[in-house]
Design a protein around this ligand. Structure first.
Ligand code: AMP
Ligand code: MG
Length: 179
């Protein structure tokens, strides 16, 4: 069994209009084995298909540049690389902070007419963390880091940095997650 801690960034707008569709622009992920060892990392930008031009809001939130996504491949190509990296033949569980990342993957798979079966083994660390800590409502990753007296590393809202920070929380409670 291996654990894929994943965090996505997507196109976004300060005021989203009904025609604006969020598309993944970065996949950041860390692979942890059953012995708590970090095996490898995956990080890739993705060129959005429907709205290739990032909003100022999105660039400022994520620090992802227009050049980053212009130089990247589209979702279908990058997802195949991601799945190859995961090695979906092996037993794996996708872990993210909340259900957003799973839903965003589903949305992009639908858009590109790709299969979503590979998403079925997924847990929300955010919701389980609230249970473990006996707090009333799920809290954000930054709040959880604070609760653990951990300093956020890297740039918040960059997929790979968020994934690394979530991974630190994941490792702290390694024996408590219900998969
Ligand atoms: P995160 O993992 O928290 O960096 O968020 C993932 C994605 O959710 C971002 O790339 C944005 O598309 C969207 N998002 C996060 N925070 C906001 C926000 N304050 N306003 C609009 N969209 C957001
Ligand atoms: Mg993020």
């Amino acid at each position: 069994m291996k654990y894929i801690i994943v965090d996505l960034e997507a196109t976004c707008w300060e005021k989203k209009s009904p025609t604006d569709v969020n598309e993944i622009i970065e996949i950041g992920a860390v692979c942890v084995d059953e012995h708590k060892n970090i095996q490898s990392e995956f990080c890739a930008f993705i060129k959005p298909t429907l709205n290739p031009k990032l909003s100022e809001f999105c660039k400022s939130l994520t620090t992802i540049t227009q050049e980053n996504v212009d130089a990247a491949e589209t979702f279908d190509v990058t997802l195949q690389k991601f799945k190859n990296w995961v090695n979906t033949q092996d037993e794996y569980i996708l872990c993210s902070w909340g259900f957003y990342d799973k839903q965003q993957f589903e949305s992009d798979c639908r858009l590109h007419q790709l299969n979503t079966d590979w998403l079925k083994h997924h847990i929300s660390l955010k919701h389980q963390y609230a249970v473990i800590k006996n707090i009333k409502r799920p809290i954000g990753m930054m709040g959880a880091l604070k609760m653990e007296n951990m300093v956020a590393e890297g740039t918040h809202h960059r997929g790979i940095d968020d994934a690394r920070n979530i991974c630190r929380l994941f490792l702290t409670y390694f024996d408590n997650w219900k998969v």
